[in-house]
Design a protein around this ligand. Structure first.
Ligand SMILES: Cc1cc2nc3c(=O)[nH]c(=O)nc-3n(C[C@H](O)[C@H](O)[C@H](O)COP(=O)(O)O)c2cc1C
Length: 160
């Protein structure tokens, strides 16, 4: 079936999401990361999450090969980090406070939450790879999360 790509993208963008940065190291030991809103929970037992990476992204081979990666849920004051990690070819880690964990994964500071994963599976998803991770550890700071909706950043207003 033929779909109008622009209208399809617009319709998909009505689904408000959080914003994450997913990080790992490539085979040369270089830190790799990209902004991703495709993150979702999958399973409680075992604890699984997923996200999808465009096959034509520079970071795609690293994420396909890496045994470990971390998903950082960005806080509402991390728009700059979101934009930096959405810019292909940028020196993404230079001005981003981070440490390297015991699995050689760069961890970005001051996020809302973080999920440290071991690669569980990579599935074909058309022009994306669907990456499943088994969560080994996580952190939850309770900071206000960043929202992405209709192509714009937002914050969530809670309905009481
Ligand atoms: C809010 C937001 C969400 C995004 N979500 C995804 C995503 O889930 N998967 C993806 O492949 N690209 C996503 N992107 C685009 C990538 O972040 C962008 O293409 C990035 O430049 C890829 O980096 P690389 O080419 O250096 O690997 C998103 C961008 C933004 C701004």
């Amino acid at each position: 079936m033929f779909l109008d790509a622009k209208k399809f993208r617009e319709a998909l963008s009505t689904f408000a999401t959080g914003v994450t940065v997913v990080t790992t190291k490539d085979g040369d030991g270089e830190s790799v990361g990209m902004t991703a809103s495709s993150f979702n929970s999958v399973s409680m037992s075992p604890p699984l999450i997923l996200w999808s990476v465009a096959k034509n992204a520079k970071s795609a081979p690293a994420f396909k090969d890496a045994p470990y990666f971390s998903v950082h849920v960005l806080s509402s004051n991390q728009i700059e980090i979101s934009n930096r990690f959405a810019t292909s070819g940028a020196d993404k880690f230079k001005n981003t406070p981070h440490i390297i964990n015991e699995n050689n994964v760069p961890l970005i500071s001051d996020c809302t939450s973080r999920f440290d994963c071991k690669k569980y599976a990579v599935h074909d998803g058309g022009d994306h790879w669907i990456v499943l991770g088994e969560v080994l550890t996580f952190e939850d700071s309770k900071r206000e999360g960043l929202v992405f909706s209709g192509g714009s950043y937002a914050t969530a207003t809670l309905i009481k």
